[in-house]
Design a protein around this ligand. Structure first.
Ligand code: ADP
Length: 579
């Protein structure tokens, strides 16, 4: 019954469209049953009038009672089904929508999360879906059902008398004309309300995140003032928005009700002219009281239909963002990583220009270069956290852009600087490396990563809760947990971002020992900051301004006397690899 455009407009799932159709069908049935009730009343009134005027006998009580009971039953059943199809099924729809949005978020390239901030995304998942829920349950079925049932009734009325039908129904299209004419105005107003609301929630989130800095700098009063101004602006736009939609909605309702007056006027004229009898006018007056009812309900809620457009668009925007998809199977030949003429931009300026190099299996390939030269970007691209703009990256001969990120990352272990630790025990934090790993496996990995001795010193050993993002651990300890995870995963490709923060000598040695166990025999791509790592690498790729300046073994590059040799000359053995 409904088109794809309808589905998109109201951000419905496939099942949601079917449910809405059900809701419409039952609404039509319920409305028609009510109209049939009016018909019964009309027939009874006719008999009654005949009895009064001609002394005809009243109809027998039994059939009238049977008809009434039948009407009540039908009315109950159709309204029950209508309720189920509109209010009942909407919970399934909300669940399905949120799940499919979450599934979608999982598949979106990481770049998307940089563009849309977290408060905004949360608002879409919670607020926008809530707003749509109300539209799905309270508006769609009722409104479209009312269109259809009114259409049917209008045809029936026109058969009786087209002049009266016109007098009775002209208000409906006029009211809707006014509403849809003002649609754009209402949509703009609701867009403004939405933006003002977002500014408020952003302001609150910012204040919460920076509460320490704000206090330290004694800026509370200024911050609150700014937040207050945002809340005031939100209040003003909301009141203005409500006022404009309220004006149009109530105006439409009044126009529709003018139909009662025109029906009485036209009916009276026609009776005086002897063209219709009073009973027909009576029938029209009976019907008219009911014909506006379903519209009244949806008119009151139609403002929501306007507001919902913004929410639906925001939900659709999520679905429209191309997901990082690809084949579910990843069957590489070996694990060499090959960059072929790779260029990339984060959306603005290009940051990598035609980068070509190979990181061979069983070797350590070090990416070096000044800060901002593109080392981290290369590492992220190698794991398909972003997709290249042009060129290709092959892993074991397979273009990684053709592989589903989840399948691809099974073969990768990443030890990055920003180690993410969860507020759980040490044991569980390491177990994250491999789902379902046994405690013995976790312990073995922890030992190999030199975690064991510091974990044993913690109050509850491996069962110690780590605290949010590992607040209780030192930099070197956090990194060793991250290495333990990678060891547990034992993936053939390792991406490593060496710590820039200086560790004490003991910690440094322990991290190095752990690393050497992790890296043995793997394809290793390391963002190197230390001379020791660089000198021990099998191959060095020197990046400069997003281009490969030179590449080769450390000895070759030293002999060449280029950028690498100059950088190396500036460094001492213990210094960090930074320019
Ligand atoms: P390096 O790791 O060598 O310090 P990066 O790969 O981090 O260099 O950065 C390369 C360039 O890309 C820099 O100009 C940096 O400003 C830019 N850049 C890095 N990350 C992002 C991002 N998420 N969005 C936009 N630009 C970025």
């Amino acid at each position: 019954m409904f088109s794809k455009a309808f589905q998109r407009k109201y951000a419905l799932t496939d099942q949601g469209v079917k449910n809405t159709e059900k809701g419409v069908v039952w609404t039509v049935a319920a409305n028609l049953v009510v109209m049939a009730g009016m018909g019964i009343l009309y027939l009874l009134m006719g008999h009654f009038m005949d009895t009064l005027t001609d002394g005809a006998p009243l109809p027998a009580a039994a059939p009238v009672l049977a008809l009434t009971v039948l009407f009540v039953l039908l009315s109950f059943l159709t309204h029950l089904q209508q309720y189920r199809a509109t209010y009942g099924l909407v919970y399934d729809e909300v669940q399905a929508t949120r799940l499919s949005m979450a599934e979608r978020l999982r598949k979106l390239p990481l770049g998307y999360f940089g563009r849309r901030d977290l408060a905004d995304l949360t608002e879409t998942l919670l607020g926008d879906v809530n707003r749509m829920e109300h539209v799905w349950s309270h508006v769609l079925g009722y409104l479209y059902g009312a269109y259809i049932s009114t259409g049917i009734v209008a045809v029936c009325l026109a058969v009786y008398d087209w002049r009266l039908a016109l007098a009775c129904l002209w208000g409906v299209p006029a009211a809707f004309g006014l509403l849809f004419g003002s649609w754009k105005l209402a949509a703009n107003a609701s867009q403004r309300v939405k933006q003002a609301a977002l500014r408020v929630s952003d302001g609150i989130q910012e204040a919460l995140e920076n509460v320490r800095e704000i206090r330290a700098a004694n800026l509370e009063a200024r911050y609150l003032e700014r937040l207050n101004a945002k809340i005031d602006a939100h209040e003003r736009t909301t009141v203005r928005g409500e006022l404009s939609t309220g004006l149009f909605v109530n105006g439409a309702s009044v126009i529709m009700r003018l139909g009662v007056a025109t029906t009485i006027l036209t009916g009276a004229q026609l009776i005086l002219a002897g063209e219709i009898d009073f009973m027909l006018l009576f029938l029209f007056l009976l019907v008219i009281t009911r014909i506006y009812a379903p519209f009244d309900q949806s008119l009151a809620l139609i403002a929501e239909l306007f507001v919902s457009q913004v929410s639906a668009e925001r939900i659709n925007e999520l679905y429209d963002t191309p997901a990082a998809t690809g084949s579910e199977t990843f069957a590489p030949q070996g694990h060499d990583i090959v960059f072929e003429n790779v260029s990339f931009s984060y959306g603005g300026e290009e940051v990598l220009h035609g980068v070509t190099f190979t990181a061979k299996e069983g070797e350590v390939t070090a990416l070096v270069g000044p800060s901002g030269s593109g080392k981290s970007t290369c590492a992220r691209l190698a794991a398909r956290l972003w997709d290249v703009s042009s060129g290709r990256i092959l892993a074991g001969g397979v273009d990684i852009a053709t592989v589903d990120p989840e399948a691809l990352l099974r073969d990768y272990a990443m030890v990055f600087q920003d180690v993410v630790l969860f507020d759980d025990t040490v044991m569980e934090n390491i177990r994250l490396g491999k789902r379902g790993a046994s405690d013995e496996e976790v312990l073995a990995a922890a030992k190999a990563a030199n975690c064991d001795e510091f974990v044993r010193r913690l109050p509850q050993g491996y069962a110690t809760p780590i605290g949010e993002n590992g607040a209780r651990l030192s930099g070197g300890e956090r990194q060793r947990i991250s290495i333990a995870r990678a060891l547990l995963k034992n993936a053939p490709i390792v991406l490593l971002d060496e710590a820039t923060a200086s560790l004490d000598v003991e910690s440094e040695t322990k991290v190095q020992q752990a690393l050497s166990r992790l890296l043995a025999g793997k394809t290793v791509l390391v963002i190197a900051h230390r001379m020791r790592t660089v000198a021990g690498a099998d191959k060095i790729v020197v990046l400069d301004g997003g281009r490969v300046a030179e590449q080769g073994t450390p000895a070759e590059l030293m002999a060449k006397g280029g950028l690498y040799a100059r950088m190396a000359a500036l460094q001492t053995e213990s210094a960090k690899w930074r320019v």
